[in-house]
Design a protein around this ligand. Structure first.
Ligand SMILES: Nc1ncnc2c1ncn2[C@@H]1O[C@H](COP(=O)(O)OP(=O)(O)OP(=O)(O)O)[C@@H](O)[C@H]1O
Ligand code: SF4
Ligand SMILES: [Mg+2]
Length: 390
């Protein structure tokens, strides 16, 4: 009880049970309306078949908003994200924990935890080569055909994605069978073994019969990659694919991913908080902060000319071999509360380069080159900043 006498605590963090009930009632109203729309049968195709802005892209996020309607308020996890994934390229997405990287990628798979998590507005245009789907509006029964087949996902911790009670072969067979209904059992098994060989597993027949716990972390991740690539997807989403592995295995897995991507000519959306991995793999980089993209460009532009103060902070916090420092740099301050975002630059309270203009509304994106965009007032008057990329 003493806690509640402390007015400060009460003012800042306390939501009464009554208030929480009111929020949850409102949430139910909003989410059941969205769910009702989503669960319709026979949705007309014109509602979700669309056109790419640029046909050289495989995926285009366009002003995506994905929210979680929780009992303490609406968490705006993805709050107006736009970026492209060009065909055959790797796009690295970086940003600190909780900035919305995974929720962005889960939105592209329609795997956000429902009903509380919902795409509330924006588009995710996916180019199958024949047609373009707006995943934000695609009904679940159509999405099932794209997921795994056209877009696949490789997660951080393979042990939680593999089922511990089934053999590796059974799990791989299942994925292949799901997307190739006409194959015989023998053909499916042969394809599974071929996939295990393709990801560099030497004893493929043996591993086919093993259970996940009999494999090392690196081997399990290879199996996950085999599953992810079994159907030659056009887009591979890899969410921290090597974070749980040690450095040498990490390098091998990244190499493997890069080679396989070229072999099947797909694109990769690579999510990581490790700038080293980005430098190694990515053609383009997207930097996220508190649910928004603060800077994006080619890997060269971002590494040679990081422009947003947050990106500069990220670069400074990366340890460099041979550079002696007393302590590692960390960006001071903390991310704003995702339930109650300010209406000015989200990075302002941590930024050491603030200028008078930063008191204004959240800064619009400004182009430093046709491919390099940044959301920061520092560049508004700079020569060479091209508004809207023109
Ligand atoms: N199921 C959920 N319910 C409520 N909030 C959620 C849920 N999933 C994610 N969030 C919130 O959405 C925000 C973005 O989360 P996300 O998982 O995308 O972060 P991330 O950038 O992937 O972080 P990390 O690097 O730790 O994986 C966070 O504030 C998180 O708390
Ligand atoms: S807009 Fe202002 S506060 Fe925001 S990052 Fe740029 S300089 Fe810093
Ligand atoms: Mg994540």
């Amino acid at each position: 009880m003493a806690l509640f006498k402390n007015k400060k605590v009460k003012d800042v963090n306390y939501i009464s049970a009554k208030e929480s009930r009111r929020i949850s009632r409102e949430n139910r109203k909003i989410t059941s309306e969205i769910e009702k729309k989503r669960n319709r049968k026979n949705v007309p195709r014109e509602e979700y078949i669309t056109k790419m802005r640029d046909p050289n892209n495989v995926l285009e996020f366009d002003n995506l908003h994905t929210y979680f309607f929780t009992d303490i308020g609406t968490v705006k996890s993805v709050d107006g994200v736009s970026f492209d994934i060009p065909l055959g390229k790797t796009v690295g997405v970086v940003g600190e924990s909780g900035c919305g990287k995974s929720v962005t990628s889960l939105s592209a798979m329609q795997l956000v935890q429902r009903p509380q998590g919902q795409i509330v507005s924006g588009s995710i245009r996916f180019n199958t080569g024949k047609e373009v789907y707006d995943i934000a509006k695609t009904p679940t029964y159509e999405m099932q055909k794209l997921r795994g087949n056209m877009i696949s996902m490789i997660f951080q911790e393979p042990m939680t994605s593999l089922n511990p009670v089934f053999r590796i072969g059974t799990q791989l067979d299942e994925v292949i069978e799901l997307h190739n209904e006409n194959m015989s059992k023998a053909e499916i098994k042969a394809r599974s073994i071929e996939m295990l060989e393709m990801v560099g597993i030497a004893n493929s027949e043996g591993v086919y019969k093993m259970y996940p716990h009999e494999l090392s972390g690196g081997m399990r991740q290879r199996v996950m990659i085999a599953m992810g690539l079994a159907c030659n997807p056009r887009l591979i989403i890899a969410d921290e694919p090597t974070t749980a592995l040690d450095v040498t295995i990490q390098a091998q897995i990244l190499d493997l991913l890069r080679n396989l991507k070229d072999k099947i000519n797909s694109s990769i959306m690579l999510i990581t908080h490790d700038l080293g991995v980005i430098a190694e793999m990515a053609d383009y980089v997207v930097v996220m902060y508190a649910g928004r993209v603060v800077e994006r460009g080619t890997a060269e532009e971002i590494f040679k000319n990081p422009s947003h103060p947050y990106t500069i902070g990220l670069m400074n916090s990366k340890p460099v071999v041979g550079k002696k420092v007393d302590r590692l740099y960390s960006i001071p301050g903390k991310v704003p509360n995702p339930v109650d975002m300010p209406n000015y630059c989200y990075f302002r309270d941590r930024c050491d380069k603030c200028i008078k203009k930063c008191d204004g509304a959240y800064p619009e994106e400004i182009y430093l080159s046709p491919t390099h965009a940044v959301s920061c007032y520092l560049y508004y008057d700079k020569k060479g900043a091209l508004e809207n990329g023109n």
